[in-house]
Ligand binder design. Structure first.
Ligand code: SR1
Ligand code: MG
Length: 423
């Protein structure tokens, strides 16, 4: 990876500069015509970056530029734009394993922290679709398969230690983004912090109770320690429903700027948490009772499909690959008895990932309700009473997941508990 330019050389793109810069890249072929013909729109609505769509007579491209600060907070909250290099490195690393599940990457410029990629014009952000109670039958299963492939192939189950550690070292420099997650997911929600906010006064009592609940705080802190210490695989690091783009028959994963070597359950939990938050937000998003119940049923099926796709694919890869990884070395389990013992261990490994997924999902739900960055599913509910009721129910489930993890052995245990947490 090239050395990024010094921060004071940074210049944010505007339409004119973007046209001039793209005109000098081979990727311009995708646009056709001349720069003057290209239509440039800035469409970024996330927390961090500029995102441009450039349309020419022959086609379109997406250009993402990392800002040197948190977009939603402004320059008072600086953040290294080198995250763009880690986003590029993540895509480069997982591309051989995930096929068309990521956008086609055209170019990375380490001086301007810009990535040029395929424009997914036919796709919508999954969160936006779910907020309109739309259904994308493939999405959750595809994301489960994606996490299994990306994580299995970057783990010690598939990689010899030399390659794994080289990759760990490559992503270790993304510590500024890991710091954000440590603060915003595992620390601030459980204490008074200037950046926290919640629906007040409606949720004041629930937030106070959360911050006084030592069992829940210990569980969250243990998961925070796991996040920091368990370099199980290369993880996306921010796999919420805004990082997934969908069409009727395709699913694409975007925005892996938080990538580093961490616990697989963190990616699983992030996606699951966002399905759960949407489930609770439906009380405020879908007024018709029958339509809401039907959408909720569909969403719980997606949760099941997500977990089943992940576990089937992960186990299938582990069983089917001629493993060259140094974890559970295949050569020591060659005879039939040992092979059966290894298979029991594989199942135990995946069961542990299930428990991690639920714990991390709980942390991700809590941070989106009482921390800095919330989700549009809940934020778009204008009536604070109604929004708070949805948030209170989601918080109740999250606290139960953290306080009573042994009640949740299978995905159906979670699905049963989702509706109970509304009472
Ligand atoms: C300061 S960044 C806030 C959040 O936005 C990103 O999407 C991550 O979830 C991060 O925690
Ligand atoms: Mg993002």
């Amino acid at each position: 990876m090239s050395e990024p330019a010094a921060r004071d050389e940074y210049r944010p793109l505007d339409a004119a500069r973007l046209r001039a810069w793209l005109a000098g890249l081979p990727a311009r072929e995708a646009l056709g015509g001349d720069p003057g013909d290209w239509r440039v729109r800035e469409i970024g609505d996330g927390n961090l970056n500029l995102v441009f769509i450039v349309e020419g007579p022959a086609g379109a491209l997406c250009v993402k530029q990392a800002l040197p600060y948190v977009r939603v907070a402004g320059p008072s909250w600086p953040m290294t734009p080198s995250r763009a290099a880690f986003e590029w490195a993540y895509f480069e690393t997982v591309a051989p394993y995930v096929g068309a599940a990521i956008p086609r990457m055209h170019h990375f410029d380490p001086q301007s922290y810009c990535i040029v990629m395929e424009c997914l014009a036919e796709h919508v952000i999954l969160r936006r679709g779910l907020m309109q109670a739309r259904r994308f039958e493939r999405a959750a299963g595809d994301v489960g398969t994606y996490v299994a492939r990306a994580c299995f192939h970057t783990s010690d189950l598939a990689l010899p230690v030399e390659r794994k550690m080289q990759s760990v070292a490559r992503f270790a420099g993304n510590h500024d983004l890991v710091r954000i997650t440590v603060d915003l997911v595992f620390t601030d929600p459980y204490r008074e912090a200037a950046r926290n906010r919640h629906t007040s006064p409606q949720l004041d009592d629930a937030v106070q109770a959360l911050r006084a609940d030592d069992a829940v705080k210990i569980a969250a802190a243990r998961l925070g320690a796991k996040f920091l210490t368990e370099a199980q695989a290369l993880i996306h690091g921010d796999l919420h429903s805004g990082s997934v783009m969908v069409s009727v028959d395709e699913t694409r994963i975007i925005d892996p700027e938080f990538a580093f070597y961490g616990p697989i359950g963190f990616d699983l939990g992030a996606f699951l948490a966002n399905l759960l938050l949407n489930w609770y937000a439906l009380d405020g998003l879908v007024p018709d009772l029958e339509a809401r119940a039907a959408q909720r049923l569909w969403l719980t099926e997606q949760m099941r499909s997500f977990w089943n796709s992940f576990s089937d694919c992960f186990l299938g890869l582990w069983r089917g690959t001629v493993a060259v990884g140094d974890a559970f070395p295949a050569s020591t389990f060659a005879d039939p008895g040992a092979a059966a013992a290894l298979d029991a261990q594989r199942r135990a490994y995946v069961e542990a990932l299930f428990a991690d997924m639920l714990g991390f999902a709980a942390c991700k739900m809590i941070r989106r309700i009482v921390g800095f960055a919330h989700v549009a599913d809940l934020e778009s509910i204008a009536d604070p009473q109604r929004r708070a009721a949805c948030e209170r129910a989601a918080l109740a489930l999250a606290r139960r997941l953290l306080a009573c993890p042994r009640e949740f052995r299978r995905i159906d245990d979670l699905i049963d508990a989702v509706a109970q947490a509304r009472a």
